[in-house]
Design a protein around this ligand. Structure first.
Ligand SMILES: Cc1cc2nc3c(=O)[nH]c(=O)nc-3n(C[C@H](O)[C@H](O)[C@H](O)COP(=O)(O)O)c2cc1C
Length: 175
């Protein structure tokens, strides 16, 4: 049987978030060079202790920074965050070009950037496991926050859309 994981997974809707971390850089404002990438692999793992996991591609420059800092921020994006998600899915030079212009502020518990959206969390590295071509990064959740409820950004059928649009037009019911 031929395995076509990508094609079957196109039908599995996920949320979209931004994970951020930083690396020491004496030349940068605040002594840190921040970085952030778009992710859809966030999963809740445990409530007590509070743990979440992300899957980051081996060889990712962002992953190398995260493993060194052992701290990251995770911001859940709303439908209006589509442009942010696209910009932060670029390669590092492209991301660095736009990062300073995106509305974000360092989190109190990690110093990693938190972006606009309905919710955020700050995490410390708890463990990591190689799983195929990705590293499963498990984080202890240090702090969480929620803002006003918004239509979430959804990744489905290979593109980003709002949850409302993903639901599609309501089908008429026969009377
Ligand atoms: C919707 C979406 C979801 C993504 N999710 C992940 C993810 O879960 N893990 C990952 O490693 N990259 C993911 N990416 C790719 C990253 O955003 C980014 O392009 C990549 O990590 C850059 O690699 P670098 O750190 O080597 O520059 C996703 C991209 C998009 C558009």
């Amino acid at each position: 049987m031929e395995l076509d994981l990508r094609t079957v997974m196109r039908h599995f809707a996920t949320g979209v978030g931004v994970v951020s971390t930083f690396t020491p850089d004496p030349g940068a404002p605040g002594g840190r060079r921040h970085d952030a990438i778009t992710v859809n692999s966030l999963i809740p793992v445990s409530c007590a202790p509070p743990l979440v996991a992300l899957f980051l591609r081996h060889g990712s420059l962002f992953l190398a920074d995260l493993l060194a800092s052992r701290r990251w921020g995770l911001s859940i994006l709303a439908a209006g965050g589509q442009d942010t998600a696209r910009l932060l899915a670029r390669s590092r030079p492209g991301r660095q070009e736009v990062l300073g212009a995106l509305p974000a502020a360092p989190g109190e518990h990690t110093g990693a950037l938190l972006f606009e959206g309905p919710g955020w969390m700050e995490c410390a590295l708890a463990d990591s496991f190689t799983v195929g071509d990705h590293l499963m990064v498990v984080g202890t959740v240090l702090a969480t926050g929620v803002r006003a409820r918004q239509d979430p950004l959804v990744f489905l059928h290979g593109s980003m859309t709002s949850a409302g649009a993903a639901r599609g037009p309501k089908t008429a019911t026969a009377s």
